[in-house]
Ligand binder design. Structure first.
Ligand code: RFL
Ligand code: PHB
Length: 393
């Protein structure tokens, strides 16, 4: 069996695993990434779009921020509509100059993969049956198959960056793991289309027909979502039906601003909130979606993966400098403190903006009143803006 000896073994080449590898590289710490899928699949996955400044800063630190700085679109605020009324939330004014950047996760992933390969970093695609061994020892191991051949990685630490369906969380003893979960009775049908954005900023729309989000990827490509049932088959939504529904959920005064175009991606995302605690077992540390999922309404998933990676990188750097485990011992608690705040924000945005169904009358009135209050109060708007642009880490 081919054996690799390295400092950190990373499972998963999503944003968490790739960013961690590049940041460790800058600190002189060696790592290998084992990814189950092929490069084209990883680079083609359509997901997030909104980056907090803290995430952009980390991309810069990792040496991959150049294209994002050039092509990313700075968003100084967003709009929230309630049926036919639209309100502006001005992030810059409310937070003392902070904003977010719209830059697709697909592009972040491509930039990180290119940087990894350009610096001669070890990134292995098509790794089958990745398995974790000896987690509680000083030399944990990863084994996998590549083109049918067995391989082994012997390392000091394992970073489980393999997303919600990965193997790392599963490798933790069930008796030690506490899981907190909420599954929502709806999903989002998302499209990518060749069309100009509806407005200069994203629009989050609360509507009796259900929530809709009008986002973008560039001045020529939009990313829109509509609330749907979680088991919706995208095949039941021909393009015309999607565009009609998107138009109906906009305020009447904005409906003629929706420009249609060729739809080139359409998929349904179920919505859940999920946290697994702790994020560490022995010498394995979870980061990103492997440990937590947020509903996308707050645009926090990718940004949380970045803040986890920031804390984990700091802890690993401190270990290799001092040989002391304190930083790594504190990682889970430190990361979870920020994760729960983002969970709260994502749940809050989701609950204020979605239609939870007709049987939910009292709660739905309270949720509507909460949104109306937030929009009518500077304190409410400030709270929303402060969380949206990202809490410090
Ligand atoms: P990923 O991206 O899921 O990457 C995990 C990687 O691990 C690989 N893997 C394995 N590799 C080896 N062996 C195994 N056994 C493996 N099992 C899995 C997978 O192939 C994959 O390459 O997790 P990571 O890195 O933690 O990143 C998390 C983000 O991808 C996620 O939180 C965001 O996309 C969430 N999200 C959003 N986040 C934001 O910050 N802003 C947004 O605007 C935003 N919008 C969204 C979103 C997620 C969405 N979907 C589709 C869930 C919008 C949507 C629609
Ligand atoms: C996106 O553009 O994909 C996007 C934007 C904001 C969100 C979620 C997704 O809250």
């Amino acid at each position: 069996m081919a054996t690799t000896r390295i400092q950190v073994g990373i499972i998963g080449s999503g944003p968490a695993g790739l960013l961690l590898a590049q940041l460790l590289d800058k600190a002189g710490i060696s790592s290998v990434i084992l990814e189950r899928r092929d490069r084209a699949y990883v680079e083609g996955r359509i997901r997030a779009g909104v980056l907090e400044q803290g995430t952009v800063d980390l991309l810069n630190e990792a040496g991959v921020g150049e294209r994002c700085a050039r092509e990313g679109m700075v968003h100084k605020g967003c709009y929230i509509s309630i049926q036919d009324e639209r309100f502006e939330i001005n992030f810059e004014e409310l937070t003392g100059g902070k904003h977010v950047v719209v830059y697709g996760q697909t592009e972040v992933t491509k930039d990180l993969i290119n940087a990894r390969l350009a610096c001669g970093g070890d990134l292995r695609f098509d790794c089958e049956n990745v398995a974790i061994h000896d987690i509680e020892s000083d030399k944990p191991r990863l084994t996998y198959l590549s083109a049918g051949e067995p391989h082994e990685v012997v390392c000091d630490f394992i970073a489980g960056c393999d997303g919600f369906h990965g193997v790392s969380r599963q490798a933790m003893p069930a008796s030690l793991l506490r899981v907190y979960e909420r599954v929502y009775p709806f999903g989002w049908l998302g499209i990518l289309a060749e069309a100009p954005p509806v407005m200069d900023e994203l629009i989050y729309a609360r509507h009796p027909r259900g929530f809709a989000l009008y986002s973008m990827r560039s001045p020529k490509v939009v990313r829109h979502y509509i609330q749907c049932l979680p088991d919706t088959d995208p095949e039941d939504w021909p393009d015309e039906r999607v565009w009609d529904e998107l138009r109906l959920r906009l305020p009447k005064g904005d409906q003629d601003k929706l420009v249609t175009g060729r739809v080139f991606e359409k998929s349904v995302t179920p919505m859940r909130s999920f946290v697994a605690e702790p994020m560490r077992f022995g010498r394995m540390f979870l980061a990103g979606d492997a440990a937590h999922i947020v509903p996308p309404t707050g645009a926090k998933g990718l940004n949380l993966a970045a803040s986890d990676v920031h804390y984990l990188r700091n802890a690993l750097v401190s270990y290799y400098k001092t040989n002391a485990m304190d930083g790594l011992d504190g990682y889970s608690t430190q990361a979870l403190a920020r994760i729960w705040k983002a969970q709260r924000f994502s749940w809050w945005m989701t609950s204020m903006l979605h239609n939870f169904g007709p049987q939910d009358d009292f709660d739905s009135r309270v949720r509507g009143a909460e949104l109306a209050y937030v929009l009518s109060s500077r304190a409410g708007q400030t709270s929303l803006a402060e969380n949206y642009v990202g809490l410090p880490f």
